[in-house]
Write a protein that binds this ligand. Structure first.
Ligand code: SIN
Length: 285
């Protein structure tokens, strides 16, 4: 545990992720406290703030203290809050819960979001954990030979598997409260370095995920599948994963540049309501 400025940062037992206490996010943070929060986030990648019953306006204000809003495509935002998504699943919903696949948010964008902030309003009594994998540690655990092989590669990203015209949501028939916008825009592809360097810490991280990475530039499908299949399984090994258990009024902020996450289900019959914002990022390098 460490006391920085006025905040207390307690690393999770997994060695990845941390709890931040001693801060009230409902009001503007003094500059030194904000810098301490940002530093803890850079160091631990996934930071949880318990006991933060934030209004949507306070969530928006804290998000903007971290950086400008990102662009959230393919999901209708909340009325009157164009930068907030409500991740809501009703007790009677049978559709797979939103986010149930390993991904880094909107990695198919030219400048994917640096941060995602997720605040819990209604937490089910069972299930609904969010799992995070540490893509920096996963990269560092690879052999130097594998690291050298991956270094020049560019991964192909696309939203097609989820939001494309032939994607999962296009074929969905079960009722879903969240309004998903299926679009040909989602079928577009772009490339990013397969290994990216964090602009703040300088650490390298694998930047691929099974939901949004659809290939490796210049490789055949079987070649891409072999390498990506290995990397997907490698990243989500227990040794690199932190399981976040929610309590009501928690805010979680994660770094999409060096983590992937997975929203677990297991709460059919119960309401779950979360509010989500993103912070704009940079072109991955
Ligand atoms: C997501 O942003 O992928 C969803 C996370 C969650 O609902 O736990």
């Amino acid at each position: 545990m460490g006391q920085i400025a006025e905040i207390t940062v307690t690393p999770q037992d997994t060695g990845f992720g941390a709890l931040i206490e001693g801060v009230d996010l409902s009001r503007p943070l003094p500059p030194a406290v904000l810098e301490a929060v940002k530093a803890a986030w850079a160091r631990h990648s996934v930071v949880a703030f318990p006991g933060q019953p934030l209004s949507l306006e306070a969530l928006e204000a804290f998000t903007q203290a971290i950086g400008p809003f990102g662009v959230d495509p393919f999901i209708a935002p909340m009325a009157d809050h164009p930068n907030v998504l409500e991740l809501r699943r009703e007790p009677d919903e049978k559709a797979t819960n939103f986010g149930a696949g390993w991904h880094s948010d909107w990695s198919f964008q030219k400048t994917p979001p640096a941060a995602t902030l997720l605040r819990s309003q209604v937490v089910p009594p069972v299930g609904g954990d969010t799992l995070f994998a540490d893509c920096s540690r996963a990269y560092e655990a690879l052999s130097p030979v594998m690291q050298a092989m991956l270094a020049p590669m560019r991964a192909v990203h696309s939203a097609s598997r989820a939001y494309g015209t032939q994607g999962v949501f296009a074929k969905e028939t079960a009722k879903r409260t969240m309004e998903i916008i299926v679009s040909p825009e989602a079928d577009k592809t772009l490339t990013h370095p397969l290994v990216r360097t964090h602009p703040v810490t300088g650490r390298k991280a694998l930047f691929v995920s099974p939901v949004y990475t659809v290939g490796i530039e210049g490789m055949t499908v079987p070649e891409s599948q072999a390498i990506l299949g290995f990397l997907f399984a490698h990243i989500v090994q227990d040794a690199f994963v932190y399981r976040h258990k929610w309590r009501k009024d928690m805010l979680l902020m994660w770094d999409n540049r060096c983590t992937v996450h997975f929203a677990e289900g297991g709460y059919d019959g119960h309401l779950r309501v979360m509010h989500r914002t993103t912070v704009a990022g940079e072109v991955p390098r």
